[in-house]
Design a binder for this molecule. Structure first.
Ligand SMILES: [Mg+2]
Length: 354
């Protein structure tokens, strides 16, 4: 792990792993307040703001607050009265979920410009699997560009974690706020995670942490090295998850498009000069899931083109190729709308991709 701009960064964020994945976790910073600032900058930019959950604002609870308000001690869950005492001049806002949703869809859209595998987690968070996105740059370049575009096009700050899986990406995005960009590799886990108390790992609740403590397991390092049978006895199936998570292992896939469930088509633009079968496999990594989803939803060939506008505008020497999955059959075909295909390059593509 290394902070923004650090030189060690290069060694991790600049390359795709030979095998395995690259996952981003994008976490919008102080999302509700940031959206209000972006929508009405003259009124709200840089001011201490709090969104409060009650119609009658003064009796409400602070749902979230802007960074200037936080600097004065305002916290989520605090009563508005208490927040106003700590921060005179605090501007109270009613939540506007329709506005938040519009901004949310737009940041998901920006993420979707770099990979079809975008999984919204909540209104202000998503995972992006960029394992097959080499044609857009290194992982760090992609993360930097997404962060820049979200700032410039939407006027919103976000923190991004870059890691080999969702668990570490989520952990990484949490390390620097606002505007953080953090790479967390598997080999950073002993130094970064293991000294921390168990409760700090995403997915370990207070109850589980308390039970672990009764077993004399206090830090994530102790959990990582603990006896799996003991954990299984005490926690059932969760037991082995606990040990794996403490080691930074997480196999859970990035599942695309919970929101836009209607469109099940899928397009990939292959990186330039794809000749390495491993690279092609990576592009097609999550296909079985897509296949299942397409199966479930009565695959509609008309729907196939109703997505992925950015990849569609990406050219490569041999033209543009679209991948589709129909009932488990994978195919990648030259696109009619793309630049003129280069037949020689097409022949160079491995069979799997053709
Ligand atoms: Mg957030």
């Amino acid at each position: 792990m290394k902070g923004e701009g650090g030189s060690k960064y290069e060694a991790s964020g600049s390359a795709y792993p030979k095998s395995g994945r690259v996952v981003l976790h994008i976490d919008m910073n102080a999302f509700y307040c940031s959206v209000h600032e972006s929508a009405e900058p003259d009124k709200y930019r840089g001011k201490p703001l709090a969104v409060a959950g009650s119609v009658e604002l003064r009796k409400g609870i602070v749902v979230t607050s802007s960074y200037p308000a936080r600097a004065r001690g305002v916290r989520t869950g605090m009563t508005v009265r208490e927040a106003q005492r700590l921060c005179p001049g605090l501007i109270l806002l009613k939540p506007d979920f329709e506005l938040y949703r519009r901004f949310s869809l737009r940041f998901l859209e920006i993420a979707g410009d770099y990979s079809p595998l975008v999984e919204p987690v909540s209104i202000d968070e998503c995972y992006v699997d960029i394992s097959g996105s080499k044609s857009f740059g290194t992982p760090l370049e992609i993360a930097t560009e997404i962060q820049r575009r979200i700032r410039e096009e939407l006027g919103l700050p976000c923190s991004i974690g870059v890691a080999p899986n969702k668990l570490l990406a989520k952990t990484a995005s949490d390390m620097k706020k606002p505007n953080g960009l953090t790479v967390l590799r598997l080999r950073d886990v002993p130094a970064v995670l293991w000294p921390r108390p168990c409760a700090e790992l995403y997915g370990i609740g207070a109850k589980t942490a308390a039970k672990l403590e009764r077993l004399n397991i206090r830090t994530l390092g102790e959990l990582a090295g603990s006896d799996e049978r003991l954990l299984a006895d005490q926690f059932g199936v969760t037991g082995s998850w606990l040990k794996r998570a403490a080691n930074g292992w997480d196999e859970s896939p990035v599942v695309a498009e919970r929101e836009q469930a209607k469109s099940v088509g899928h397009t990939v633009t292959l990186p330039q000069d794809v000749t390495d079968p491993d690279e092609v496999k990576r592009v097609l990594l999550n296909s079985p899931q897509r296949s299942l989803r397409i199966h479930r939803s009565n695959y509609d060939p008309q729907a196939r083109h109703a997505y992925d506008h950015t990849l569609a505008n990406t050219s490569c020497p041999y033209g543009r190729y679209e991948g589709s999955v129909q009932s488990g059959v994978q195919s990648v075909r030259p696109s009619l709308a793309g630049p003129k295909a280069d037949p020689a390059a097409w022949r160079r593509l491995p069979k799997l991709a053709r």
